[in-house]
Design a protein around this ligand. Sequence first.
Ligand code: TYM
Length: 336
Amino acid sequence: MTNTFTPRVFSGIKPSGGLTLGNYLGAIKRFVGMQGEMETIYCVVDLHAITVWQDPAELANATREVAAGYLAAGLDPEKSILFNQSQVSGHAELAWIFNCVARVGWMNRMTQFKDKAGSNAEKVSLGLYAYPSLMAADILLYHATHVPVGEDQKQHVELTRDIAQKFNHDFKSDFFPITQPVIDGPATRVMNLRDGSKKMSKSGESDMERINMLDDADKIAKKFKKAKTDPEPLPETLEGLKDRPEARNLVDIYAALSDTYSDAVISEFAGAGWGKFKPALADLAVDRLAPISDEMRRLMDDKAEIDRILKQGADKARAIAEPVLEKTYDLVGFLR
Ligand code: TYM
């Protein structure tokens, strides 16, 4: 018997610091694009955030900030399920079962763990190491078939497929779907504005490396103006950006913000110097981001309303998750 799965999207963002332009272009903007195409579930993954120490008050604030970002960018609680992970206990319960399915060797291959742990691997939390197994539980608790993510999460979604396959094999079932990562568009890896070899992240050393969703117009303009580039003007074709990572990044950001492709941006700006391109990029970014950040600020002033939306979303999420978890328990042989 082969199981057929309803097309369903699941994705999430960690509330570990503020939202960046990388989160917006690589994730949230694409989440909005999938809303209405199929069932969509978007989570604020607070259990993931505490794999690294978080101040409790800041965690609560960052959780509301991600939720506000979702809403301000156009996710609609009537069309998508929006909630924070810790309100649905099934995530942690399924993750334990997956901890017993996944192999230590698989975890040892996770490049993000190696990058984050660095030479300090003995001192990081056990949670940070087990994190990809929790991510698999997030996805498979809802039998999600499609997971929109940035490039950096690809390996974790592939691991989710391995876990689903091994569970299905070990328990002689076809219970979990083999999920598709959805990694498309010009900005699936937005890079650091000061170093084109590193991705833009919430936790980089300098604030000048990233655009935060709550940055004001002056800050956005200043950061793009100071962004590292090379002295060459923009080339005639995309090929010409091959060994110019910083230039390529700014072109990709422009393309994603204007809903077009990087080669279309190159055609428009062929031969232009940075004195022309950077102000155009800053104007575009302010034009697209200011309405979102204004709305985020407005939403964050009404904490009770955000909390209400998250709770209502959690109730809907739980209704999908509970039967999946029960069936998983049956397959494993747990008495209830
Ligand atoms: P997180 O919180 O680091 O990032 C959230 C989403 O934003 C994307 N992203 C980027 N995309 C393009 N360029 C960048 N510079 C950039 N930085 C971040 C990420 O790829 C991601 O899509 N483990 C995940 C959260 C998670 C999850 C899940 C995702 C937990 N469970 C289940 C999908 C499904 C994470 O830490 O993402």
